[in-house]
Design a protein. Structure first.
Length: 58
């Protein structure tokens, strides 16, 4: 499945994947062949950044 283009949908999708399937953002990006910088940039645009201790965007 392709990642959502809409930033709010992407936030929900990524946090679900991190919560249910992956121990880190790097692990998710490696497995899904996703661009970490692109995800972080898009989510920073709506005020969210990755918190590695919580393993989610907050």
């Amino acid at each position: 499945m392709q990642m959502p283009n809409d930033a709010n949908m992407l936030l929900s999708y990524v946090n679900l994947k991190l919560r249910d399937y992956y121990s880190s953002l790097d692990a998710m990006c490696d497995d899904l062949d996703a661009d970490r910088a692109e995800i972080e940039e898009k989510l920073q645009g709506i005020g969210y950044s990755y918190n590695s201790q919580r393993n989610q965007f907050v």
